[in-house]
Design a protein. Structure first.
Length: 121
């Protein structure tokens, strides 16, 4: 059952008896509400100004972070392209030179060994 009971005699009596006539004054209550709202507004206005400044500063810092991230992305792409270029231009000839030198060393090492019943290849 909810309070005040609606639709009953007790509910109507409660509604008619509220507010108590002796201790309740509308003008004083409205003044108190007005004062409370004014003090709330006076306390909230500087807080809102600080929040606005903080959000603005944060927005500027995020723009800087976005620029840095963009520059890092560009640098990463450039480094990847440079790595591919170095691998293509130096890597393949270097591998050929190393393979050739290994073959020469192997041939010289096999040539200097005495042949003992082994067939040459």
């Amino acid at each position: 059952m909810s309070w005040p009971p609606s639709g009953s005699f007790a509910g109507r009596q409660w509604a008619l008896s509220w507010p108590p006539t002796g201790s309740f004054s509308w003008p004083l209550t409205l003044d108190e509400v007005r004062i409370a709202i004014r003090s709330l507004s006076e306390g909230t206005t500087p807080l809102m100004a600080e929040v606005t400044a903080t959000v603005s500063t944060t927005h500027q810092q995020l723009k800087k972070v976005d620029d840095i991230a963009s520059n890092v992305s560009d640098a990463s792409a450039n480094l990847s392209a440079l790595s591919s270029l170095v691998a293509a231009s130096i890597g393949s000839p270097l591998i050929r030179v190393l393979a050739f030198s290994h073959g020469v060393r192997t041939a010289l090492a096999n040539h200097s060994k005495p042949v003992t019943g082994r067939r040459s290849r």
